[in-house]
Design a protein around this ligand. Structure first.
Ligand code: UGA
Length: 441
């Protein structure tokens, strides 16, 4: 059955969820406070780079199933099923997550709910949030106890957001076990097509659903930091972490995915989520359980420093050196530069006196806004012009396909450092280049 749905927040998560729910045949209203974003979305334009999303957005706007508004009144009037997809960034100067955007949705929406409604939270939140919000929503809503809050965490990856939303590995729904309501029934209706495809659907209590999400991201971060720690040992021992990862990855219990050593994880999720998880565990008196995440964070940040050191070693001194940086996004197929290891490295190198020229296929505007003092080139080749060293910091296909011959005549010195281990060392060495990778001899 087609449902009427509202989705609060139109960032990477919210805009994707809204468009994909319309793609499933529902009538969807996306809600945000940012008028500039709304007018883009209403015109069928995605305000960020996400492959496939624009087509889904345009198709569903044209079909009359999807539109966007800033009006909470309109949303409360239109839908009885609401999804929260706003951000939960790290608080300034603290590890904890800032809940002001999630709280604002409930504070604004709940007083407008005069009919029974189900609110599904999708944002990544500290365990205990759903229970707190449910109580607050019941207090504020004219419909009172007929307003339910359930938690339906999102596991989508940027760059694969549409595919991950329409064909997720699993659906998780946390419901209030003490107040049996309609949330599961409504979720089964909303996700009927996915359930027909036999996508696993796990119904849990609220706290478990919140913790599933925090644990999933903590595990992924730990897996990346594990291989990056091993890569430090490989560097010390003269071994090759990429071959090692292939070899241990053949063990199905370990698996090869998320074992790519390099300059580590960044983005708007993993770094802040592991910190928020530690902070929340501390509040619950279980801080010892997650102290290892502090080390996961340290290992990750050390990789950035190591990359700067390698650049310095290769130039002798960074003062006055010309450094080409290929990649600014926190990973390929994204224009997201939030806590991007690539931009962080570029910034550190510039602060040490080098002239840094950055190029990224999609993240130029976001990079300029975040780091206006770096210089930006129009193409990869322009960035490499007269460079003393070329750093590959995001493994865009455009960079991993680069051939030594493309750069031979462009650079001042044939030195390349592969921060993502995405190039073939023997090919570059055979062409007379000095090649350095992370965790490789
Ligand atoms: C991550 C999770 O993978 C999603 O499941 C989750 O839904 C999302 O956070 C979220 O909480 O919203 P995302 O931030 O889009 O997704 O990016 P990932 O693909 O997880 O990559 C994160 C970082 O790890 C990137 O900087 C990437 O370059 C790095 N990475 C990844 C490695 O350094 N090595 C790897 O082997 C894999």
């Amino acid at each position: 059955m087609s449902e009427k749905i509202s989705v609060f927040g139109t960032g990477y998560l919210g805009a994707t969820h809204a468009a994909c729910m319309a793609e499933l045949g529902h009538m969807v209203l996306g809600v945000d406070v940012d008028e500039a974003k709304l007018s883009k979305l209403n015109a069928g334009e995605v305000p960020f780079y996400e492959p496939e999303l624009e087509e889904v957005l345009q198709r569903n706007i044209a079909a009359g199933r999807l539109r966007f508004t800033s009006s909470y009144e309109e949303a409360a009037d239109f839908a009885d099923v609401h999804f929260i997809g706003v951000g939960t960034p790290q608080k300034k100067g603290e590890f904890a997550a800032d809940m002001k955007f999630v709280d604002a949705v409930i504070e604004t929406l709940a007083p407008l709910l005069t009919r029974p409604a189900v609110i599904f939270g999708k944002s990544t939140v500290p365990v205990g949030t759903a229970e707190r919000l449910a109580l607050r929503a019941r207090e504020l809503a004219p419909a009172g106890d007929d307003v339910e809050v359930a938690w339906n965490p999102e596991f989508l990856r940027e760059g694969f957001a549409v595919k991950d939303t329409l064909h997720p590995d699993r659906l998780v729904l946390g419901v209030d076990r003490n107040r049996p309501g309609r949330a599961e029934e409504v979720a089964r209706d909303v996700y009927a097509q996915l359930l027909d495809e036999e996508i696993p659907f796990l119904v849990t209590d609220l706290a478990t659903a919140e913790l599933v999400k925090a644990s999933a991201n903590a595990f992924l971060a730990t897996k990346i930091s594990f291989i990056n720690a091993i890569s430090e040992v490989c560097e010390a021992a003269g071994a090759d972490v990429t071959v090692l990862a292939d070899a241990i990855g053949h063990d199905a219990r370990i698996g090869r995915k998320f074992l790519n050593a390099g300059i580590g994880f960044g983005g708007g999720c993993l770094p802040k989520d592991i910190r928020a998880f530690m902070a929340r565990a501390g509040e619950l008196g279980a801080d010892q359980a997650l102290t290892f995440l502090r080390e996961v964070d340290n290992i990750n940040m050390r990789r950035r420093t190591r990359m700067v050191e390698l650049a310095r070693e290769s130039c002798g001194s960074l003062l006055g050196a010309r450094v080409a940086v290929l990649g600014a996004a926190f990973k390929p197929n994204s224009d997201d530069v939030r806590d991007s290891p690539a931009l962080n490295v570029a910034g550190q190198i510039q602060l040490q006196g080098a002239a840094v020229s950055v190029y990224d296929p999609k993240a130029m505007d976001n990079s300029r806004a975040l780091f206006p003092t770096l210089s930006y080139a129009n193409t990869a080749l322009d960035a490499c012009e007269e460079a003393d060293v070329v750093l590959v910091l995001t493994e865009w296909q455009e960079f991993s396909k680069l051939q030594p011959a493309d750069l031979d005549a462009v650079v001042a010195k044939k030195v390349i450092i592969d921060g993502r281990n995405c190039l073939n060392p023997s090919q570059w060495r055979a062409a007379g280049w000095t090649y350095r990778g992370l965790g490789r001899p």
